[in-house]
Structure formats: C-alpha cells, structure tokens
Design a protein around this ligand. Structure first.
Ligand SMILES: Nc1ncnc2c1ncn2[C@@H]1O[C@H](COP(=O)(O)OP(=O)(O)O)[C@@H](O)[C@H]1O
Ligand SMILES: [Mg+2]
Length: 184
C-alpha cells in the first residue's frame, strides 16, 4: 500500500514530461461525504483520443527506457479498491487533467503521505514550472502558489536551501491549520 503522495508525484512526473509550464494539484478531504478527491491539471502537450483511450492499460507507455514507478493504471487500481476511480481527460496541445476519488474512510485507502515533502520535490524537479497546490479539509482551505512566491523573491531562486526550508515549514503549518481548532 503506497502512500498517495507517491502516486501524486508519479502523475506530476507525467505532466513534467509533457512539458507543462503550469501544474495545479488539488486535494479535497470531504469528510462529510466520506470522499477524498485528488485532481492534477496541467497545460502540457496533452494526448490524442487514441492515446487517451489506451492510457489506463498497464502495458501502455510512451517512454523508451524501463522504469520503476507506479503509472496511471496502478493509481486507478488503488482508487478502485477503495470504491473510487481515476478519470483522465486530455486535449492535444492544451493539457491533461487526472481526477482520482477514494472513499475517504475505506479500510484499504493509503494515507495521503507527507505533502510538504511532495510539493518540495515537485519544485526541485523543475523550478521553472508554476505549481498551484490547494488543499481543502471540509470548509477550510490552504492555497500555495509558487508564482506568487517567485515574484516576492525578486530573482532569488526558489531552490535556495533556506527558501526550500521555509516553503516546507509554510506548507506543514498550512496543512496542520486545516485540521486544527474545529469549532464545537
Ligand atoms: N499529463 C500527461 N500529459 C501527456 N501525456 C500523458 C500524461 N500523463 C500520461 N501521459 C501518457 O500516458 C502514458 C502512460 O503514463 P503512465 O501510466 O504514468 O506510465 P509511464 O509514465 O511509465 O509511461 C505516458 O507515457 C504518456 O504518453
Ligand atoms: Mg508516469
């Protein structure tokens, strides 16, 4: 049972390979409806209909070297095992969106994992990509946007060690504030 953050990183790797310049990640923990929704949207090169129809086949890949990652079909399997699903939509030359749902409280649902580390890994994978990360728990929302941070850094690289440390802490605090202090 792999943490969901590893699936997320894998899907984001696809977006990076598709030359996306903007990648949006949305996580919604909807405890009222017992739903976990993860959405990844990119503005990369997209897929034609033929590729899109085959992409959930575990033997389909456009890569030419062997790999050890998870792949979309394994993520779909993980979702299906938790009364959820994975749906991909893509338009050639426009972008791709991947929507994954899980029954939140399903016994087989893997934990989300460490999202602060995951977002930092995303940034370090390619600092030129603008990432938007929105994490919602019921009615509370945390929004993180690298474009805004880059603007405020006035030329200092987001990959500077102290900036990365700050980002990690900022996201950790943001996520923990989503879970804390619920009114009675
Ligand atoms: N965001 C995306 N944009 C464009 N093509 C994609 C995207 N995600 C997946 N694909 C296509 O689907 C194929 C299968 O993806 P995946 O299941 O992650 O396996 P892998 O990354 O090992 O090829 C990729 O090789 C790629 O051709
Ligand atoms: Mg992949």
């Amino acid at each position: 049972m792999k943490e969901l953050s590893l699936h997320i990183l894998d899907i984001i790797e696809n977006s990076i390979n598709a030359k996306a310049t903007t990648i949006k990640l949305r996580i919604f923990e909807d405890l009222k409806d017992n739903l976990l929704i993860i959405e990844i949207k990119d503005n990369g090169k997209g897929m034609n209909k033929e590729m899109l129809s085959k992409v959930l086949d575990p033997f389909v890949t456009s890569r030419t070297t062997r790999r050890v990652g998870l792949g979309l079909s394994l993520t779909k399997l993980a979702a299906n095992q938790c009364a959820g699903d994975l749906v991909i939509d893509s338009t050639k030359n426009e972008g791709t969106s991947v929507l994954i749902t899980f029954q939140y409280g399903h016994i087989d649902r893997a934990p989300i994992g460490n999202m602060a580390d995951t977002v930092v890994s995303m940034i370090l994978a390619n600092e030129n990509i603008d990432y938007e990360y929105i994490h919602k728990v019921n009615d509370k929302e945390f929004i993180f946007n690298t474009k805004e941070i880059k603007e405020s850094l006035e030329g200092v690289s987001v990959t500077e060690i102290d900036i990365i440390a700050w980002i990690k802490e900022y996201i950790e605090e943001g996520i923990s504030s989503l879970r804390c202090c619920r009114p009675l």
